[in-house]
Each structure stands twice: as structure tokens, then as C-alpha cells.
Design a protein around this ligand. Structure first.
Ligand code: SAH
Length: 415
């Protein structure tokens, strides 16, 4: 006989009943956009706006060489310019003395036009976390967050300005989709961060360490749904992993693509032959709650996205991450940890790990993070079922390190 499922939240709240409290994801101080059927609006198509300027990083190495020839230059100049940009993180013609002086400025302006204007920079006390707010050519805003960890430097990047997935607990989701980023706008976030590191502006480096440092890990956990901007995101990933001088020479396993769960695109990603780390933002193991927390669940249900995640593991042998924001009394019930463990184990062992993260409440949010003992209980239950589980670090919380909050604050601020 299975023992009755009791819930730690009930004990905490002094409730004698074994029925845990259930808060529903109705947002306060914000009206969720609905479609004509009254369901949360999902925006897959990018609104048409003026195109960002074309940039070297939008092109494949072959296209770059062809472009140089069109401009009446020898093809090898493409590799020289790419080396300056990807390896030396510069777009400044003055630093490119190997290019003919006569039309150097004009050539560089055409191939490496400015894409991101730094509007604001927020740093933690130690300076080992920096959050950037960038303005794009058309005034759209995006963020990236640079974080030093022991042995690695991670950059959290945006794939879209805003997001069309309408998740009620996410600051970016609340703002809707402005537009897709171009490939070069995605890549340039990394090049700009590498420049900041090269200039010694990221804190936390040991005085005795004189190594040349660069961003080693990428997480697509900034603004946007990467799989809704699939072609540009994939071209950016190809450039990240391309060895110098064609790209940034990064390792695919250090790149994490995080998604709400667009099942067909997960299948496409698995077939790319680039073994990036795959993260699924699940946040609830039951369709009833996930339909509300992650509106795209109306298209692709929990079981379908978990099957797609397992197929990703089969194709790449890369262990999948399940993201789970723990929201007090909403999705943190013990029975949900058990159900999650059951659903993961039903698809085999050793293919997945769970990353719960305490909710980082958006301004004015009625929801808060789960209590520490509830978090621990959630982890304990998963581990008891043999599912590796690690609470994710909430680095940069004091600078609104997560989830589109800086751009949201700027849009709310008087001009
Ligand atoms: N659209 C993609 C990637 C961007 S969001 C995705 O959903 O996966 C990156 C991660 O941050 C996701 O797991 C998302 O659910 C989570 N997230 C969003 N808002 C959050 C919040 N307020 N607190 C904690 N995590 C949040």
C-alpha cells in the first residue's frame, strides 16, 4: 500500500488537512494578452520592423569571402576581419593595421557596423556579475548577464527583444514580443562581453592569474524564446562553435539552449549534429497547471515535450536539464515532485537532471519563491527517486540578474 501523500506546505501553514494550498497563476497588476478564443496570446511570428544592419557575423565563412570579392577585395581579407572581430573582440579600424589603409575605415564600417549600444551596466559588489542593457538600432532593448564562476565564465544571452510566449511569472513574457534578433545581434553580445573581460572589467580574477580569459559558457536564458527564432539562433550557434578565425571556437557542450518546449523544434535541434546542452523549462509536471504557467503547453503537452527531451538525449547523449522555478504554493507541492520524478523515470534513468530555481519575483508579483524547507523537500523527493537534482544559483539577484527585469524597468521609466 502506498502511504498517503502529505505535503510539507500544509504542516508549515498549520493546516491539518492533507490537501495542500494551491495558488493559481492569475497575475496581479498586469493583464495577460488573450487571443480571439480568450486563451493566452502566443506570438510566433516576429513583428516586421526595420532590419538591423547586415554584419559579418550574419554570414557563413563562404558568404563572407564572397562579400569581400563583391567589394573588389581579395577573399582572404574576410578571415583577417573575422580574426579582429572574433579573436580580438574589436570592431575598431584603427586596430586593424593589416588591412590596406586607403579604404580600411569604409570597409570595416560596412562589415562590422555597430549593433549594440550600451545603455546601462549593473554590477554586483565584487564585480563578478555584470548585467548589460543594450539598445538595438531601432531602439529595442535587450539584456545579457556576464557571470564569473570558479573555472568558467558564463554569459546569459537574449535571442529576441521581448518574448511571445506570455508566461505570467516572467518579466519578459509579460512584455510581449518586439522582434527577433539577427544572428549578428546574438553573437555580438558575446564579442562585447569578451571585450569587457579583455579590458579587465569583470571582477573576481586572481591577481596572480595572467591568463587571457573569454566567455566559456553560453546560456540562452536571457530574453526571448530561442526556438521561436530558430534559424538565426542556429546560425549564431554555428558561429560560436566554429574554430578561429571563422568563429568563436567555443565548445558545443558549453552552450545551453533553453526552451518553453516547442516540440517540433526540439526534434530539429536534435538532428543538427551540434551537441549543445538542452534545457526544458517545465515548471509543472501536470498539464492542468502547466497550461496556465507556460501557455504554449496548450500546443505541446507535458508528456510530448518530455518525450522530445528524451529523444534529444538519445540523439546527442547529452544529459538534459529540466528547469523548475519553485513558486510558493503554486507548483512546489510534494506530490508534484513525486509526479515529476515518476514521469522522468518512466523515460529511463541517467538521461536528465532537474534544476529547481527559487522564483525571482517580477515587480508587483503576487507570487514569491518557495520557502527554503519546501525547496529542500522538493529536492529530497526527486533524489529519493534517483533523479539528480541541484538547486540553481540565483546569481545577480540584487541587480535583477534574471528575467528581463532591467529592460522592463527601463521601459517603465520616464524618457
Ligand atoms: N524562453 C526560454 C529561455 C528564456 S527564460 C525558456 O523559457 O526556457 C530562461 C529561464 O528563466 C526559463 O527556465 C524561465 O522559465 C526562467 N524564468 C523566467 N522568469 C523567471 C522568474 N521570475 N524566476 C525564475 N526563473 C524565471
Amino acid at each position: 500500500m502506498t502511504p498517503p501523500r502529505t505535503d510539507p506546505t500544509a504542516a508549515r501553514d498549520g493546516i491539518r488537512s492533507t490537501t495542500p494550498r494551491q495558488v493559481r497563476p492569475a497575475a496581479e497588476g498586469w493583464t495577460q494578452k488573450l487571443d480571439t478564443d480568450g486563451r493566452p496570446l502566443l506570438q510566433f511570428a516576429s513583428p516586421k520592423r526595420g532590419k538591423p544592419p547586415e554584419h559579418l557575423a550574419d554570414f557563413t565563412p563562404e558568404q563572407r569571402a564572397a562579400r569581400l570579392v563583391e567589394l573588389g577585395m581579395p577573399a582572404f581579407r574576410a578571415k583577417q576581419i573575422a580574426t579582429h572581430y572574433f579573436t580580438h573582440s574589436t570592431s575598431d579600424p584603427a586596430e586593424m593595421t593589416d588591412l590596406p589603409a586607403a579604404n580600411r575605415a569604409e570597409l570595416v564600417a560596412g562589415l562590422l557596423p555597430p549593433l549594440l549600444t550600451e545603455l546601462r551596466r549593473l554590477e554586483t559588489d565584487k564585480g563578478d556579475t555584470i548585467k548589460f542593457l543594450w539598445k538595438l538600432h531601432d531602439g529595442a532593448l535587450v539584456e545579457s548577464v556576464l557571470m564569473r564562476y570558479p573555472g568558467r565564465i558564463t554569459l546569459c544571452i537574449s535571442s529576441q527583444a521581448g518574448c511571445g510566449m506570455n508566461c505570467p511569472f516572467c518579466a519578459t513574457g509579460q512584455a510581449g514580443l518586439t522582434r527577433n534578433l539577427s544572428t549578428a545581434e546574438i553573437v555580438d553580445q558575446i564579442v562585447r562581453a569578451n571585450r569587457v573581460i579583455a579590458d579587465g572589467q569583470l571582477g573576481g580574477k586572481k591577481k596572480t592569474d595572467h591568463s587571457q580569459e573569454r566567455v566559456s559558457n553560453i546560456v540562452f536564458m536571457g530574453m526571448g524564446e530561442p526556438l521561436a527564432n530558430y534559424a538565426r539562433v542556429m546560425q549564431a550557434v554555428r558561429t560560436m562553435v566554429a574554430p578561429a578565425p571563422d568563429g568563436l571556437g567555443m565548445s558545443a557542450r558549453g552552450i545551453t539552449v533553453s526552451t518553453v518546449g516547442l516540440a517540433p523544434a526540439i526534434g530539429k535541434l536534435a538532428a543538427e549534429g551540434i551537441p549543445v546542452t538542452f534545457a526544458l523549462s517545465l515548471h509543472a509536471p501536470d498539464d492542468e497547471l502547466r497550461d496556465e504557467l507556460i501557455p504554449v503547453n496548450s500546443r505541446w503537452k507535458v508528456d510530448e515535450v518530455l518525450d522530445a527531451a528524451r529523444a534529444y538525449f538519445d540523439a546527442t547523449k547529452r544529459r538534459v536539464s529540466i528547469e523548475y522555478a519553485l513558486i510558493k504554493d503554486m507548483n512546489d507541492h510534494g506530490w508534484r515532485a513525486d509526479l515529476l520524478g515518476e514521469k522522468l523515470n518512466a523515460r529511463g534513468r541517467g538521461w536528465v537532471h532537474v534544476n529547481p530555481i527559487p522564483l525571482n519575483p517580477t515587480p508587483g508579483s503576487i507570487w514569491t519563491a518557495s520557502e527554503p524547507e519546501v525547496q529542500r523537500e522538493f529536492v529530497r523527493r526527486l533524489e529519493a527517486m534517483g533523479v539528480p537534482t541541484t538547486i540553481r544559483d540565483t546569481r545577480g539577484k540584487e541587480i535583477d540578474g534574471a528575467c528581463g527585469q532591467l529592460a522592463a524597468a527601463d521601459e517603465d521609466a520616464p524618457a
